[in-house]
Design a protein around this ligand. Structure first.
Ligand code: HEM
Length: 428
């Protein structure tokens, strides 16, 4: 198989000294550093830019085992320096106690209860019913720039699509959705700490969600309408007679918005970029779409997630007792970061891992995580990713990058991997 030219990781090497972590080069292309770690220090203790020391787990097998190991807790109370672990999902403002009790911060049995409730409401059926709306949103956004011959695909497409989609799914009235777009924009641009505008945005969103939940609860009909929104479904859901409290429902809405927002922006951004940098693969996909064959789209979206996925590092975990990961002893209280982006390029698991192969089979990537915290929104993410990629390739057949790939800027940050902008050109 020929190695595809260009693209992150195209020149991955693991010989020589370790490429620096957390540098500018690393933000642009972390894959050579991860290849080095997998080879030479697969479970590696490092000091993060925040000053906190944590273990990076980089091999596929170790990553899968660690993600499923319940001795690794999501609760920062287990951290020996709990203050440092604040904001550890990368969600600005999550320190606010009311929004803290969400799925990514808690362990069983609380996690089991909340997860069961959300699964009753956030069903594959509810997502499938939503497909025509995602297509409509996608087309409206493309209509907005198709006549211009140029666009920034992040700001004009990848960013608004998931925010409007989740707002619609949750049942945020259309007239309020632009407020959400502004709040989310503030958080994605200035993420990292609830300061100034970010703090105000989180506060406004929190207040808005609390009021919306209150109103929906008061107006909940006895018999659900066939197109009932997700928030009403969450309020309605019960497990052995137990419902979500209003605080839990607000925290759930918040995590659904945030877990489902920047991730999907990055799936569309990173995925489109990977296709633009691999013309042969992109042609192949465009030809399959034109021929009405969706199977390549199915395997292709999974491969885009594996190759350069939205979540670089899974959210924080903390050892509740001394344990070993990949033969390395880890002390109680130590933070453990599972590097999904490194695991998904492990040559022990994936043949030619640095090659983008949209037909790849047996592609059990960890892009959506693994174990009890496996992504609740995966069916929605797949729907949005598929619709976005399919529609872009179909409607803008000569889509091309408007800048040199080396000039693209990536957002820093530990958890997510995504572009700041993606300037493209096409025939108007
Ligand atoms: C969890 C990835 C889209 C909601 C996760 C995890 C990953 C992930 C890796 C596990 C994190 C960990 O174990 O630390 C992704 C990717 C997405 C995506 C790559 C897009 C391509 C979405 C969407 C939603 C969503 C659209 C909802 C609207 C969640 C929630 C959790 C989660 C609620 C926490 C589940 C739990 O802790 O039980 N996601 N996600 N995600 N995701 Fe996603």
């Amino acid at each position: 198989e020929a190695r595809a030219p260009g693209g992150p990781g195209a020149d991955v090497v693991s010989d020589g000294p370790r490429p620096p972590l957390f540098s500018w080069e690393f933000a642009t292309d972390p894959y050579p550093a991860y290849a080095w770690l997998r080879e030479h220090a697969p479970v590696h203790r490092t000091r993060l830019p925040s000053g906190v020391e944590a273990w990076l787990v980089t091999r596929y097998e170790d990553a899968r085992v660690a993600l499923a190991d319940q001795r690794l807790s999501k609760n920062a109370a287990h951290h020996d320096e709990p203050d440092h672990a604040k904001g550890r999902t990368g969600i600005p403002g999550e320190r606010k106690a009311e929004l803290m009790t969400h799925l990514l911060n808690i362990d069983p049995p609380d996690h089991t209860r909340l997860r069961r409730l959300v699964s009753k409401a956030f069903t594959p059926r509810r997502v499938a019913r939503f497909a025509p709306r995602v297509q409509e949103l996608t087309d409206e956004l493309i209509d907005g720039f198709a006549g211009k011959g140029a666009a920034d695909l992040i700001h004009e497409f990848a960013f608004p699509l998931p925010i409007y989609a989740i707002c619609d799914l949750l049942g945020v009235p259309r007239e309020d959705q632009d407020d959400f777009r502004d709040w989310a924009g503030m958080m994605i641009r200035h993420g990292g700490g609830p300061r100034g505008g970010v703090a105000r945005s989180v506060k406004k969103m929190r207040r808005y969600l609390a009021e919306l939940i209150h109103r929906k609860r008061a107006e909940l009909p006895e018999v659900p309408a066939p197109d009932e929104d997700l928030l009403s479904g969450l309020i309605r859901a019960s497990d052995h007679g137990e419902h979500l409290t209003e605080n839990e429902a607000a925290a759930m809405a918040f995590i659904l918005l945030f877990a489902g927002f920047e991730t999907t922006v990055n799936l569309i951004g990173n995925g489109t970029l990977a296709l633009l940098r691999h013309p042969a693969e992109r042609e192949r996909l465009a030809a399959a779409i034109a021929a009405g064959d969706d199977s390549l789209l199915d395997t292709g979206i999974e491969e885009l997630l594996r190759y350069d996925g939205p979540v670089e590092v899974a959210t924080w975990r903390f050892a509740t007792e001394p344990l070993t990961v990949g033969g390395q002893s880890i002390a109680a209280g130590d933070p453990v970061l599972v590097v999904l982006a490194a695991a998904d390029r492990d040559p022990e698991r994936f043949r030619d891992p640095d090659v983008l192969d949209l037909t790849r089979r047996d592609n059990q990537h960890l892009g959506y995580g693994h174990g009890i915290h496996y992504c609740v929104g995966a069916p929605l993410a797949r729907l949005e990713g598929r619709t976005a990629v399919e529609t872009l390739l179909r409607r803008l057949p000569d889509l091309r990058l408007a800048v040199n790939p080396d000039d693209l800027r990536w957002r820093g940050g530990l958890i997510m991997r995504g572009l700041r902008t993606l300037p493209v050109e096409f025939a108007p």
